[in-house]
Design a protein around this ligand. Structure first.
Ligand SMILES: *Cc1c(COP(=O)(O)O)cnc(C)c1O
Length: 353
């Protein structure tokens, strides 16, 4: 008889499930909030021109010169910036560095599903705070004893941004814990809290190159905070992986940040398509949350989200459906190119009439 006692010691987690990555190039992929447009041509040049001989050496351990490029762009000191392999890696360092209390950390009940994954892996106690009926965050709900706070602004998958004045209220009520704001989608609409970093030394902002800078495949993310908090994230990172971002990614990231015109033009295109799509969806009987992101969160007045999801999927159009409490009749639809958007609208018209 084999001894199976070891199984009780295996990790007990529900793995994070990402949007499908179908292999067929003919499909329209609007299920992972990737950018509709390619990265800046400067990124292509940086990669094509990268001298492979340099890969003989380890990359810079702190992600230079990307760290300084980001610091300058956001008006911070390089020591206030942490770079990592995508913001999921950055979030992992933040959870390890800042959430070490016996009190639960707080985050919304409807939010990015990676947070519970990190809490489970790292055994961080947590408590979810229900969003209001309209899926907005009520900051008063966060004025209670806790071991830290994290939420995305704009929130995912709701797409709704929280006003900075509300965030200030939340920060004022929580000076004794670290507050992490996941600003993954901030470039598409919300108001960044970068200028609050001077005043709140317990505030951490996390960002990614995956969405607004079209580099999901490169794995680049960063955090901005006080020098003190960043030093703790570095200490965590150096303890499990002292060279997180590879040399090619550093070069690509620098070129992406330096081409600010391309960045802003791309954002403007995504935002304009988003507004057009929101209107078209509303005309077809959808309720659409006011989006400050590169995706829409929508519910139809007749067809269930599951029906619409399956219908679109059969036509090779992939959107995101979450079979979860409160949001199981809603779809999260990434804003694609104008052409993709038109195809999706036509497909929806076939179903809805
Ligand atoms: C996409 C996403 C991230 C993670 O992005 P990375 O690709 O790991 O940088 C983090 N937070 C939210 C809310 C996201 O939607």
């Amino acid at each position: 008889m084999e001894n199976q006692g070891f199984r009780k010691n295996l990790i007990n987690i529900e793995p994070y499930v990402a949007g499908e990555q179908p292999k067929n190039d003919n499909i329209i992929k609007l299920n992972a909030n990737e950018n509709a447009y390619p990265p800046s041509p400067e990124v292509q040049k940086a990669i094509s021109g990268f001298d492979a001989a340099k890969l003989r050496l380890y990359p810079d351990f702190s992600g230079e010169p990307l760290k300084s490029t980001l610091a300058e762009y956001y008006g911070l000191k390089p020591a206030q910036v942490f770079v990592g392999n995508g913001s999921d890696d950055v979030l992992a360092a933040a959870f390890r560095a800042f959430f070490n209390s016996d009190m639960p950390i707080l985050y919304p009940d409807v939010t990015y599903s990676f947070y519970p994954v990190w809490c489970d892996i790292l055994r961080i106690p947590y408590k979810t705070i229900p969003l209001k009926e309209d899926f907005t965050i009520d900051v008063n709900d966060y004025a209670q004893p806790n071991g830290g706070i994290i939420f995305p602004n704009p929130n995912a998958p709701t797409s709704i941004a929280l006003e900075k004045s509300e965030i200030v209220k939340l920060l004022d009520a929580n000076r004794d814990v670290v507050v992490v704001i996941d600003e993954t989608y901030i470039d598409f609409g919300g108001e960044s809290c970068v200028d609050l970093l001077d005043k709140y030394d317990n505030l951490v902002l996390t960002r990614t190159f995956s969405k607004s800078r079209s580099l999901a495949g490169m794995r680049l993310g960063f955090a901005m905070a006080s020098e003190e908090l960043i030093s703790y994230m570095n200490a965590v990172k150096d303890s499990y992986n002292s060279y997180p971002v590879d040399a090619v990614a550093i070069a690509a990231g620098v070129s992406a940040v330096n081409d600010d015109k391309y960045f802003k033009d791309t954002l403007a295109k995504v935002i304009s398509t988003r507004e057009r799509l929101a209107k078209a969806l509303e005309d077809m009987g959808f309720t659409v949350a006011k989006s400050a992101a590169n995706f829409l969160f929508a519910e139809h007045n007749k067809f269930t989200a599951q029906e619409i999801f399956n219908f679109l999927r059969d036509k090779g159009i992939f959107v995101r459906y979450f079979n979860k409490p409160r949001i199981d009749n809603r779809l999260r639809i990434t804003v694609g190119t104008d052409e993709q958007t038109d195809k999706m609208i036509s497909a929806l018209k076939e179903l809805i009439g």
